[in-house]
Design a protein around this ligand. Structure first.
Ligand SMILES: [Zn+2]
Length: 210
């Protein structure tokens, strides 16, 4: 489902995911898939500090809920997300609900930040800042995340959009990752945060999805 391999400074991420639309609107899912893959490549196929990231993302378009694979990541287009936010990750990011009102912007690559941000949660990263507090540190995040400087926080992929906006940083320039975050990925053994999701058996999964 998700694998993180480290070879010296080379980090290879491999993620398997499904994509389904359970909203009441129709979308070109092939176009959405193309945008998702491109947006992830922009962030996760590049040098981050001394690390060289590489992502392999396998995304399968589904037409029926019954075809979902519980141990894959699921992108699910839904009619609404609280606060009309573009997306919401639950089950530690295993399911990423996409707000249908924002899907056209994602397809058009006008919104290129939401998808990589949500995948960041899947990789175990928290918002580096506190809730609704500008120039703050998230004290419940890992110490490695708390060490980001204010300047790093303002340009960081894992900060919420309002944080970059409040700092006057265009969202497409607020997509950085820090070496600390990459190191956290190893520290958590990447799997640990994801292993918590092993309880996502069929029953819980189906109960929550429909
Ligand atoms: Zn977030």
């Amino acid at each position: 489902m998700i694998s993180v391999k480290k070879n010296n400074l080379h980090i290879s991420l491999a993620i398997e995911a499904d994509l389904i639309n359970t909203s009441t609107s129709a979308f070109d899912l092939n176009a959405l898939k193309k945008s998702i893959l491109w947006q992830l490549a922009v962030v996760y196929n590049r040098k981050t500090g001394r690390y060289i990231l590489n992502i392999s993302f396998n995304l399968k378009i589904l037409s029926r809920v019954s075809h979902c694979t519980p141990n894959k990541v699921l992108f699910q287009i839904v009619d609404s997300v609280p606060g009309n936010n573009p997306a919401e990750a639950d089950f530690k990011g295993l399911r990423i609900k996409l707000n249908k009102n924002h899907v056209p912007d994602i397809i058009a690559n006008k919104n290129i930040r939401t998808i990589p941000h949500e995948i960041g949660h899947l990789l175990g990263w928290e918002h580096p800042h506190a809730n609704a507090q500008f120039q703050s540190v998230n004290l419940s995040a890992h110490p490695l995340e708390q060490q980001l400087s204010e300047e790093e926080r303002q340009r960081n992929l894992m900060s919420q959009s309002w944080y970059a906006q409040k700092a006057g940083i265009p969202l497409n320039q607020a997509m950085e990752l820090s070496e600390n975050q990459i190191e956290l990925l190893f520290l958590k053994e990447h799997h640990i945060s994801l292993n918590k999701n092993r309880h996502l058996n069929y029953f819980l999964w189906w109960k929550k999805i429909v």
